[in-house]
Design a protein. Structure first.
Length: 243
């Protein structure tokens, strides 16, 4: 039987050391999605997490989720040169109250305490994540490498809100999104996540951050560069060390 505690510990150590490996050792590889979810539960029991990432499942069907690694990093931040090859700009939610399993979409919407611009650093613990099966990716928290939380606002004026997001490297725009935020859709996803998180042993709680999928990116980062993300709901600045 695969030891998911050891799987979670190995992947956490690789994240902290900035290292990768071709694949998990056979004895630590989850055999199916249920095994991978066991690795997520083990991670949450043994390591720090500031919240969750949520997005569409394979082929755009259904939903997937994974814990965010580490504590919240508030912008501005300086990222290590070798630790983060890419970043995504997202809409982040900060929960103002607990959200237990069985919550409705209406209760989920009421639990949102703030809407923020959020940055998700991405770095897989695998040399080639595209070559990995889904259970290995889920066990690796879907390549999450932390969270940078930017500024935000307590609420949105409307059920569907126009949003613009841009990512700049110095004076150069390197990514842009123009679209909409659907509050009802996000609330439905948040209610789904309440069940998912509770099943992993860590119910959603006040102060948790939930990021809702890439609006910009992933964008490859350059060493020594200074970045600034701006949006309708907030902004965040960060840099990458030279080396």
């Amino acid at each position: 039987m695969t030891d998911m505690n050891a799987t979670a510990d190995l992947l956490e150590d690789l994240w902290r050391q900035g290292k990768t490996l071709p694949r998990l050792p056979d004895e630590l590889t989850p055999r199916d999605v249920e095994g991978a979810l066991g690795a997520q539960a083990a991670y949450l029991k043994r390591h720090r997490s500031c919240g969750w990432k949520i997005g569409p499942g394979p082929g755009g069907e259904g939903r997937m989720a994974a814990p965010l690694r580490g504590d919240i990093l508030h912008a501005p931040q300086q990222l290590p040169a070798a630790a983060t090859p890419a970043i995504e700009v997202e809409v982040g939610l900060v929960l103002g109250s607990d959200l237990p399993a069985g919550s409705t979409a209406e209760q989920a919407a009421a639990a949102i305490g703030g809407w923020h611009l959020a940055l998700e650093p991405l770095r897989s613990r695998y040399d080639d994540p595209k070559a990995q099966p889904l259970p290995a990716l889920l066990a690796d928290n879907l390549s999450n490498a932390g969270l940078i939380l930017g500024s935000g606002m307590p609420g949105l004026s409307g059920y569907v809100v126009d949003i613009v997001m841009e990512l700049h490297n110095g004076a150069e725009k390197v990514g842009e999104y123009r679209g909409q935020i659907s509050v009802p859709e996000i609330a439905q996803s948040l209610a789904w996540l309440a069940d998912y998180a509770a099943a992993r042993g860590k119910p959603l709680a006040a102060g948790d951050v939930v990021i809702t999928g890439a609006r910009v990116g992933p964008v490859a980062l350059q060493r020594g560069a200074s970045y600034r993300a701006i949006s309708t709901i907030g902004e965040a600045a960060f840099g990458v060390a030279q080396g």
